[in-house]
Ligand binder design. Structure first.
Ligand code: ZN
Length: 121
């Protein structure tokens, strides 16, 4: 019989009880609070600028989402634009890649909007 290993600390578990996946409850808790958890929402920092950052990788969530979608790393000059203007809405359909300069133009346009959401003339 193969030795089971705790997925969190990699220690061999001597107990052959099939239900026991972790060496102890602490490891079970630690492992499940990470991104292995099926419903992982933790580790997100809200930035003052409205963007969300992954506190584990220290990357912006919208960049990670786009990188996962593309299957490659983003270049420094590739900026991610939130189409609906909500910087915390990181659904892939709300994200668009822009070059540095195109992003700046859009940001300037956004600033010209009044509080009613309409563009000022
Ligand atoms: Zn363990």
């Amino acid at each position: 019989m193969k030795n089971k290993k705790c997925p969190n600390c990699r220690k061999v578990i001597n107990n052959q009880d099939k239900r026991q996946k972790y060496c102890n409850r602490k490891c079970s808790k630690e492992f499940n609070k990470g991104k292995n958890h099926h419903n992982w929402k933790g580790g997100i920092k809200h930035r003052p600028d409205g963007y969300l950052r992954n506190s584990q990788t220290d990357q912006y969530i919208h960049r990670e989402t786009m990188e996962e979608y593309l299957g490659r790393k983003l270049e420094n000059w590739e900026h991610i634009y939130h189409i609906n203007g909500d910087n915390s809405d990181n659904r892939i359909e709300n994200l668009q890649i822009l070059t540095n300069s195109a992003h700046r133009i859009l940001e300037v346009k956004k600033q010209r909007r009044g509080k009613d959401g309409k563009f000022r003339r």
